[in-house]
Design a binder for this molecule. Structure first.
Ligand SMILES: [Zn+2]
Length: 83
């Protein structure tokens, strides 16, 4: 597997995975964040995605977002119905 930063490369892959999550998984809104299940392990801990209307960047608790600060597939999954 190629590791991409999700900013200069790998954006489309994340968008496609986010689309798959949005299509298959149930994304729950909990107050001001969304609970997004892992694509690889639906029974694992869900990731929290915060949508900040005042900032263009959303945040997620997964390693992809934490290490690279990119829009990860979970963020795309939440954004997808609005795209
Ligand atoms: Zn994420």
């Amino acid at each position: 597997m190629v590791i991409t930063d999700g900013i200069t490369s790998g954006v489309e892959v994340r968008q496609q995975r986010g689309l798959a999550i949005a299509a298959l998984a149930r994304i729950e809104k909990q107050g001001d964040y969304y609970l997004v299940p892992s694509q690889t392990n639906p029974h694992a801990t869900k990731y929290k995605v915060w949508m900040n209307p005042r900032k263009p960047v959303c945040t997620c608790t997964c390693a992809d977002h934490e290490t690279r600060r990119c829009q990860c597939k979970h963020i795309y999954a939440v954004l997808y119905p609005q795209l």
